[in-house]
Ligand binder design. Structure first.
Ligand code: UT7
Length: 327
């Protein structure tokens, strides 16, 4: 039976850098507080006129080149994002068109920070069922467009960017070995952006008056559930495929907060040198964080063929999941 393998990666991040010292001029905070509580030193921020689907294309082109396939050979484009270009159309068909992926079906997937992981689960299923052979899976966010820069508890966290992965059908012993995804809508209020949908449409004055177009987060509550959920789902995919954390070459958690990464790795007994960590330079880029990190670690040679990578994510929904991948 076929399964998915990650055949190519790419990324595109904005040039503009917002440092902790820049933020300290905007809200009552400090580099010391942000660094010690989150591990974030700076984040990339889009400029006026930047368009998310353009960043997706810029990330996708090197991923396609890396995989050695043309856009015309793609049969599916999945774009994990909660900040698409527009509500209608989805951003994935726009990316499909800009790439010239004429044969591909394209759709957006919103599972917040778990979006890329959810996309991997769906893509692997499409490949296993024989419905797809070549899939472009992008995680991309322009979350800073929805950040309230007067709220110090959220504005320090988020950054922008796009990461792309090309998944190919294979019968080889590398690729996706196991995936698992979960959700619990009871935790919906913990991470939310209430405005802009059909409950609080953007054309109602209260949507703007009550600042409903901004990201809201109950950080403390989210922090504890995130660690517990990621530890559980990592154990689930390891058990399902007959591996233990001793076998894991790289642990790649969604880059939400360095303290969350460290605590999750510790509970799984994975040493820090095997934990992927680039949050200091990018902040939390939501659905983009995992594919950006994959591309960075693949291109600088830290990921080696045969490495076993344990990937996990947690985000709004609540949603969470894990995957075990042989590189
Ligand atoms: O990607 C999806 C998943 N996301 C997450 O999992 C994020 C999870 N949560 C977090 O990363 C952390 O909870 C935060 C970084 C958001 C907050 O860190 P914390 O250690 O949980 O701080 P806290 O919210 O408990 O706040 C502690 C204190 C408060 O002051 P008082 O009430 O003790 O006087 C806050 O007002 O720190 C204050 N505070 C700040 N101080 C300086 C909150 N934000 C800031 C700030 N600068 N930026």
């Amino acid at each position: 039976m076929f399964h998915a393998t990650i055949a190519g990666t790419g990324r595109a991040v904005p040039d503009r850098i917002l440092t902790n010292d820049d933020l300290a001029k905007m809200v009552e905070t400090s580099d010391e507080w942000i660094t010690s509580r989150t591990g974030i030193r700076e984040r990339r921020v889009v400029s006026e006129g930047d368009i998310l689907s353009d960043f997706c294309v810029r990330a996708a082109l090197p991923a396609l080149a890396d995989a050695g396939i043309a856009a015309a050979d793609l049969d599916t484009v999945i774009l994990a994002t909660c900040t698409p270009d527009h509500l209608i159309p989805g951003a994935a068909p726009v990316v499909q068109h800009k790439l010239g992926a004429k044969k591909a079906a394209a759709f957006d997937l919103n599972a917040a920070c778990s979006g890329w992981l959810y996309g991997l689960h769906v893509a692997d299923g499409l490949i296993q069922s024989g419905k797809s052979k070549n899939i472009l899976l992008v995680g991309a966010e322009f979350l800073t467009r929805f950040v309230d820069y007067t709220d110090r508890s959220t504005c320090i966290l988020f950054g922008d960017g796009a990461g792309a992965t090309v998944l190919k059908a294979t019968k080889a012993d590398h690729g996706v070995l196991s995936t698992s995804i979960h959700s619990d809508g009871e935790g919906a209020p913990f991470i939310s952006m209430p405005g802009g949908g059909s409950t609080f449409p953007p054309n109602r004055p209260e949507t703007l008056d009550k600042s409903l177009m901004y990201i809201q987060m109950k950080g403390g509550e989210t922090f504890k559930i995130a660690i517990r959920s990621m530890v559980e789902v990592c154990k689930e995919v390891l058990a399902e495929s007959g591996f233990t954390t001793q076998d894991v070459s790289w642990f790649l958690p969604h880059q939400a907060n360095e303290r969350i990464l460290t605590a999750t790795a510790e509970r799984l007994q994975i040493p820090p040198e095997r934990c992927v960590n680039n949050i200091g330079r990018y902040g939390n880029t939501s659905a983009a964080s995992i594919p950006i990190a994959l591309d960075e670690y693949a291109r600088d040679g830290r990921l080696k063929r045969g490495d076993l990578i344990l990937i996990t994510a947690f985000g709004g929904g609540l949603t969470w999941g894990a995957a075990l991948v042989r590189w």
